[in-house]
Design a protein around this ligand. Structure first.
Ligand code: GLA
Length: 481
């Protein structure tokens, strides 16, 4: 037993397969394990249809624990060896794995050499940070044509479109399967993408879609690997206005050294369609994407891993945004908004909105636009804060620490400065903002509180206000020099 043998002398050594799930495009996904057991230690590999992991773990008696890793994305498996079966939990599902037969393996992929590097021309889009809505944060795979049309309607009736939120972006899980000619269609959730795009356009909105440079997306649907030009042509024919291109499944083939060339390939394919399609990279900020994103024709690129609807996650993402620089046409993206998804306070959501605006981040709402409270509407559609985000100068604020208070100052095109003071502490605090903190000299010409929507007065070159825990004070200040 101590050597990892189960009661009947079985070990985990060998190849195992377990049926896992059926994707929304009808494809079956299974977990395949190739394990080696030495004493109680286990090593090996695990695959699903779209991911490949290294495995380490151990077994005590019949019970085993495995850690699956693939460059930063960890999964865990726990289970029991019962006779010749593994009873295990994976991704919250209870699975039974059986000894695998030849042919049970998940598909392998030949490496296609990415193109030689060159600088692609700017597509002329996204002169200010893109604004819109994306399906992932609130809905994940629970997205379909009917819901996206209802969201498009709500973008108009709620006032979101007129506040500047124009993209309606379908994230992962829309994909069908490729036909005999390699053309990728949508799955049953989206019976007619062209008709949906036409509907979105008829509302004065733009249509965004999602894919991966890998053979599979993050949610394991078919990606654009080896079909880049073909997929770009499909998107153009549907009327797509933005592509989010998510690295995930490309990890099965490429390393970080290949990022730029692989992203360049789709950048070039999009340009070749002749349709203006904004290009949004999602590779979690690896390989200093801010230094080459513009060269591959991208308009925005993620600087971080996935955001979650929590204060800690939101602050962690904006913190990772700090060392990067951006400007018109080319934006750093600390991920989509969580405002309105229910797990932060309204003060925290105001801070979220303010920080995204101060760092000139894309404003992609990630909530259910159909059911927003008045408070959430006022946060997402605060036009004075949106104007800071959309400022033509496109500068990104960096914070200065003042104890529990972080001061973020963003120079604006008209010579004024937007400033946000965030109370990172657990209790209310008084913030004092001085003209010198803002790099402004002379006298204050105007100062406005962008959340209270009132003018405020600087006295002796300073303004003081109380800020609740995790709250924000945001001003726009202009001076005589
Ligand atoms: C990754 C991305 C997310 C989302 C999902 C979809 O995790 O970072 O924003 O697109 O994939 O599967």
């Amino acid at each position: 037993m101590g050597l990892g043998l189960s009661a009947n002398g079985q070990t985990l050594d060998g190849k195992w397969t377990a049926a896992w799930r059926v994707l929304d495009n009808g494809e079956s996904d299974h977990l395949y394990l190739d394990l080696h057991q030495t004493g109680a230690e286990i090593t090996g590999a695990a695959t699903t249809i779209g991911h490949r992991y290294q495995v380490t773990g151990d077994i005590t008696g019949n019970h085993f624990k495995l850690a699956l890793s693939k460059g930063g994305s960890e999964r865990a498996i726990a289970g029991d060896l019962i006779g010749t079966q593994l009873h295990l939990t994976f991704e919250k599902a209870e699975l039974v794995a059986f000894p695998a037969k030849p042919g049970d393996e998940n598909p392998g992929y030949e490496r296609i050499s990415p193109p030689a590097l060159k600088d692609l021309p700017y597509n002329g889009l996204a002169k200010t940070p893109p604004m819109g809505w994306n399906s992932w944060n609130a809905f994940e795979n629970h997205v379909d044509d009917k819901m996206v049309r209802a969201i498009a309607d709500a973008m108009v009736t709620s006032g979101m479109r007129d506040a500047g939120y124009v993209y309606v972006n379908i994230d992962d899980t829309w994909e069908g399967v490729r036909d005999a000619h390699g053309n990728l269609g949508s799955n049953n959730k989206f019976p007619d993408m062209k008709a949906l795009a036409d509907y979105i356009h008829s509302k004065g909105l733009k249509f965004g879609i999602y894919s991966s440079p890998g053979p599979r997306t993050c949610a394991e649907y078919p990606g654009s690997y080896g079909h880049e030009e073909q997929d770009a042509r499909t998107y153009a024919a549907w009327g797509v206005d933005l592509l989010k291109y998510d690295w995930c499944g490309a990890r099965m083939i490429y390393g970080n050294d290949d990022l730029q060339a692989v992203y360049q390939k789709m950048g070039e394919a999009l340009l070749k369609t002749g349709r203006p399609i904004a290009y949004s990279l999602c590779e979690y900020g690896n390989g200093r994407v801010d230094t080459w994103g513009a060269k591959v024709g991208a308009n925005l690129w993620r600087t971080t891993g996935d955001i979650h609807d929590s204060w800690t996650s939101m602050i962690a993402n904006i913190t990772k945004q700090i060392p990067t620089a951006a400007g018109p046409g080319h934006w750093n993206d600390p991920d989509m908004l969580e405002i309105g998804n229910g797990h932060m306070t309204d003060d925290e959501y105001r801070t979220h909105m303010s920080l995204w605006a101060l760092t000139a981040a894309p404003l992609l709402a990630g909530n259910d636009i159909r059911t927003m409270t008045q408070a959430i509407k006022e946060i997402l559609m605060n036009r004075e804060v949106i104007a800071v985000d959309q400022d033509a100068l496109g500068k990104q604020a960096v914070p200065v620490k003042m104890g529990d208070l972080d001061l973020w100052a963003k120079p604006l095109a008209d010579g004024s400065v937007a400033v946000g003071v965030v109370n990172m502490g657990a209790s209310e605090s008084v913030a004092t903002i001085r003209m010198s903190d803002l790099g402004l000299g002379g006298e204050v010409k105007s100062a406005r509180d962008l959340w209270a929507h009132t003018n405020v007065e600087f006295r002796s070159g300073a303004y003081a206000a109380r800020i609740p825990s995790h709250g924000v004070l945001m001003l726009r200040v202009s001076a005589t020099k």
